[in-house]
Ligand binder design. Structure first.
Ligand code: ADP
Ligand code: PEP
Ligand code: CA
Ligand code: MN
Length: 654
């Protein structure tokens, strides 16, 4: 027996003497209770996880409503996934099995092998011999584990968000978007100059589809998300996203509407499927392909294929394009806008191109958030298409945007941000990876989100423009014709590169504030907006969230607190009754006073030291507006010619 330094030997009864932590030898609250039940480490691990509760109570299910067993339902679900992943040249779907390949393979009854045709011998390939493991609607915690284990560049930040890298692409690739042209879409969609729809034929789509599906089937595992779009229950769309990365699965989990377990049981066949094989490039020898990236939309097949880009926003905005087709077919207007609602039920829409403030201004601590980016306006009011928000994080601060700041926690995907290697604290000012850093979080992470995300007809329609020329007023009240003119123009001007010295701002015109996503001619959406605004008495506003006191380089961006005061005055109705005067050239009605905003900034001319430069810049911008609008002069908007004429006259005059 070993002796201690004092030569006192331990008692022979137990191998080591019990250490007394209390002098009086009273009850010691240590783990002297029952030991764990497990005999081995494996057994201990098996105790750690218990099975998820079934959604349908198992007792009494044999009654009238019990249609199929749990096993049968899971078999059908896997068969549906196998059908989604079917190779169309070899005529079979892969053998799919639920669960992580690293874990235990679940029972054979969960294996599905979908046959479209009786397997001819030529269809045999190695991929038909293997299993594809399906990670189906995993929870955020499971997706974190998958990302951290298997995807380089995945880390947990100090606030619990999942930091990820989107790879070479850190933004969308609109020039690589293709839409299948067929007998129907040829007539229905907007093609040609200015249109985002670059054609591809059905055959080429199938080539890319097969490429994506073969890539996905070559993997050990794929992620499948079955979710919904649109909070309007009558116009809900079922979407399936098949992807190779936990990052993509978590992103869509956050961005689409999350089904309840009951809704998932009855999900059935999806209305639309995305095949995201973003890690794998497209083949440039393929007809219509001009780069190694391709985002292909086939409306007839209700499918989208992604090759050669891992930027997650591509999926969200791809589905938005689909909604821009499906919803107008049902007389519902799809909108690239944020949306919120006051305590009294007044709804506001915030239109604007990327970076103009839709997310920032719709996330308002004093109002209910309906959504930050994609909405529908039907005869019943507005509904959010999504179940999450996608905020820009560059220069994010707790003081200026507390609600977004606080939403960056466990479950949130943080794309392309830079953080301290030890503390994992994010440096939101760091643009080393990209300026387009983003956070994707479920909408309920915003404390005053309105769930379900629907609201009555809008009272205010706010058009946001980030005017880096600094000549548009901070706010103007618009007539209906002016609202349509600016809606069709879809103006913003940002400054491209901020690093290498002062650069000229470049004007961007993007019809309906979302030309990259619309499928029909812009005037179709504009006519619907005019009709709805007229019918429900909504007021249009133009808000410049860009420069004041000079163009980029000499002036400054309008302070966010001032823009918030302007927006407050729109919501409260006080701005409607203000005193107005008309500006020259653009003919905009601008208020003389707004509470909390210095009056001198309300007319941009006052803020420019060089009045001549102001006038020149104003005329320059007006010229760009005029030139851009030429494309639309031959189109009729709405049922009567009167509105069309008014709209044409509502632009700048000089
Ligand atoms: N006056 C302002 N109004 C709105 N946003 C501003 C203003 N000044 C600076 N910003 C910044 O501009 C960005 C607007 O981006 P975001 O709201 O994500 O745009 P969108 O949702 O339209 O793409 C945010 O980073 C915000 O902090
Ligand atoms: C996600 C996007 O939307 P927004 O910048 O309008 O928020 C995008 O344009 O890629
Ligand atoms: Ca049930
Ligand atoms: Mn946004």
């Amino acid at each position: 027996m070993a002796a201690n330094g004092n030569g006192v030997s331990t008692t022979p009864k137990s191998p080591l003497a019990r250490i007394q932590t209390q002098k009086n030898g009273g009850i010691c609250h240590d783990d002297s209770g029952k030991p764990v039940k497990a005999q081995t480490i494996d057994e201990l691990h098996s105790l750690q996880k218990k099975r998820s509760a079934p959604t349908t109570p198992l007792d009494g299910v044999q009654g009238a409503f019990a249609t199929i067993s749990e096993d049968e339902r899971q078999r059908q679900q896997l068969q549906s996934i196998s059908a989604s992943l079917a190779s169309l040249t070899r005529g079979t779907g892969p053998k799919v099995v639920r669960g992580d390949p690293a874990g235990k393979v679940q029972s054979v009854s969960h294996v599905a092998h979908h046959h479209h045709i009786e397997a001819p011998t030529i269809s045999v390939s190695d991929s038909s011999l293997k299993f594809t493991h399906v990670l189906y609607n995993l929870s955020p915690a499971e997706l974190y584990e998958q990302a951290i284990k298997y995807e380089k560049g995945s880390f947990i930040t100090s606030t619990g968000a999942l930091a990820t890298l989107s790879g070479a692409k850190t933004g969308r690739s609109p020039r690589d978007k293709r839409v299948v042209i067929d007998d129907t879409t040829q007539d229905e969609l907007w093609w040609g100059k200015g249109s985002p729809n670059i054609e591809m034929d059905e055959h080429t789509f199938m080539v890319n589809r097969e490429r994506a599906v073969d890539y996905l089937n070559s993997l050990d595992k794929v992620f499948v998300n079955d979710q919904f779009l649109n909070w309007d229950p009558q116009n809900r769309i079922k979407v399936r996203i098949v992807s190779a990365r936990a990052y993509h699965s978590l992103f869509m989990h956050n961005m689409c509407i999350r089904p309840t377990p009951e809704e998932l049981e009855n999900f059935g066949t999806p209305d639309f499927t995305i095949y995201n094989a973003g890690q794998f490039p497209c083949n440039r020898y393929t007809h219509y392909m001009t780069s190694s990236t391709s985002i292909d939309l086939n409306l007839a097949r209700r499918e989208m294929v992604i090759l050669g880009t891992q930027y997650a926003g591509e999926m969200k905005k791809g589905l938005f394009s689909v909604m821009h087709y499906l919803m107008p077919m049902r007389q519902i207007l799809s909108l690239h806008s944020g949306c919120n609602m006051g305590k009294d039920g007044d709804v506001a829409l915030f239109f604007g191109l990327s970076g103009t403030g839709k997310t920032t201004l719709s996330t308002d601590h004093n109002r209910y958030l309906i959504g930050d980016d994609e909405h529908c306006w039907s005869d019943n009011g507005v509904s959010n298409i999504e179940g999450g928000c996608y905020a820009k994080c560059i220069d994010l601060s707790r003081e200026k945007e507390p609600d977004i700041w606080n939403a960056i926690k466990f479950g949130t995907v943080l794309e392309n941000v830079v953080f301290d290697e030890h503390t994992r604290e994010v440096d939101y000012g760091d643009k080393s990876v990209t300026e387009n850093t983003r956070a994707a979080y479920p909408i309920e992470y915003i404390p005053n989100a309105k769930i379900p995300c629907v609201g009555p007809h809008p009272k205010n329609v706010i058009l946001l423009a980030c005017d880096a020329f600094g000549v548009l007023p901070p706010v103007s009240k618009l007539s209906l014709a002016q609202t349509m003119y600016h809606f069709i123009s879809g103006y913003t001007a940002l400054v491209a590169g901020t690093e290498d010295g002062i650069k000229e701002p470049t004007a961007t015109f993007s019809a309906c504030f979302g030309a990259a996503f619309i499928m029909l001619h812009p005037t179709k959406y504009a006519a619907m907006l005019a009709e709805k605004m007229q019918k429900h008495g909504a007021t249009g506003w133009l808000v410049n969230t860009g420069w004041s006191g000079g163009s980029y380089g000499s002036g400054n961006r309008i302070k966010l607190p001032y823009t918030r005061k302007i927006i407050d005055a729109i919501h409260s109705g006080s701005l409607l009754n203000a005193t107005y005067h008309k500006t020259e050239v653009f003919g905009l009605d601008i208020p003389t006073e707004i509470e909390g905003v210095p009056s001198e900034i309300l007319h941009p001319e006052n803020t420019w030291a060089d009045k001549k430069a102001y006038k020149e810049t104003l005329l320059k911008l007006a010229g760009l507006f005029k030139k851009n609008f030429e494309t639309f002069t031959n189109y009729k908007i709405g049922k009567d010619n009167k509105l069309t004429e008014e709209i044409l006259a509502a632009g700048p005059n000089f």
